[in-house]
Write a protein that binds this ligand. Structure first.
Ligand code: SAM
Length: 181
C-alpha cells in the first residue's frame, strides 16, 4: 500500500496544487493522502471525485505528520521523501519498490529538516526543481509493478469509454451511455 503525506499546504495558496497532488496520487494507484494542514474542503472535493469516478481513495485532513511517520514506521512501513536534493530516482527505484508499505512525502514550501532524517530514502525525481505533482506521478509510475495507467476504479457513478474523438461516458446509475460536455 502507498500513501502520500502532503506537508506545508497553505489553504488558499496551495488549494489547486494540493488537489492535484491528491488526484494524481489517486489516479496513479496510491490508496490515500494524509494532509498535514487543516483544509476539510479540499478533502471533501477529492472525496467527491472518488464518488463520481470510483475507487476508495481517502484524504485524512489535519494529521500530525510526526505522529503519522512514527506510526507508519512502527507498522513496518517505509518513508520516501521527495525533494530535488535526494538520490536520483533511477538509482533508488529498485530498493524503494521492495517496500510493501510506502509513505511518499512531498512538500510545498521548505520542509522541516527533520523529514530528511526521518525518511528511509530522500529521493529526487531528477535533480532539478519542478513540481510535487510531477514528482508524485513519475515516482508512482516508476515504482509500480503493474502499469498504473491500467488501474480500474470500481463503484463510481461514471466510467469513461476511451474514444478516438469526443467523449463517451457511461452513467452507471442509469446504465445508459451518454456523453457529457
Ligand atoms: N523550495 C522548496 C525547497 O527548497 O524545499 C521546494 C518547493 S517544490 C515546488 C515543492 C515540492 O515539490 C518539494 O517539497 C518536493 O516534494 C517536490 N519536488 C520538486 N522538485 C522535485 C524533484 N526534482 N524531485 C523530487 N521532488 C521534487
Amino acid at each position: 500500500s502507498i500513501v502520500i503525506l502532503r506537508l506545508g499546504h497553505r489553504p488558499v495558496r496551495d488549494k489547486r496544487i494540493t488537489t492535484h497532488v491528491g488526484l494524481t496520487a489517486r489516479a496513479f494507484g496510491a490508496e490515500g493522502m494524509l494532509l498535514a494542514s487543516d483544509d476539510p474542503k479540499l478533502a471533501d472535493n477529492i472525496s467527491d471525485v472518488s464518488k463520481r469516478w470510483g475507487g476508495d481513495f481517502y484524504v485524512r485532513n489535519n494529521v500530525n505528520w510526526k505522529a503519522e511517520i512514527r506510526k507508519w514506521k512502527e507498522q513496518g512501513g517505509k518513508v520516501c521523501h521527495l525533494s530535488m536534493y535526494g538520490v536520483n530516482l533511477p538509482d533508488a527505484v529498485s530498493e524503494i519498490s521492495k517496500a510493501e508499505k510506502l509513505m511518499i512525502v512531498v512538500g510545498a514550501e521548505k520542509v522541516p529538516f527533520e523529514i530528511y532524517e526521518l525518511a528511509d530514502w530522500n529521493v529526487a525525481v531528477g535533480n532539478q526543481p519542478h513540481s510535487e505533482v510531477a514528482a508524485v506521478a513519475v515516482t508512482l509510475d516508476r515504482i509500480a509493478v503493474a502499469d498504473p495507467l491500467k488501474n480500474e476504479f470500481s463503484g463510481g457513478e461514471l466510467t469513461i469509454l476511451p474514444t478516438e474523438c469526443g467523449k463517451r461516458v457511461v452513467d452507471n446509475r442509469q446504465q445508459e451511455q451518454g456523453s457529457i460536455e
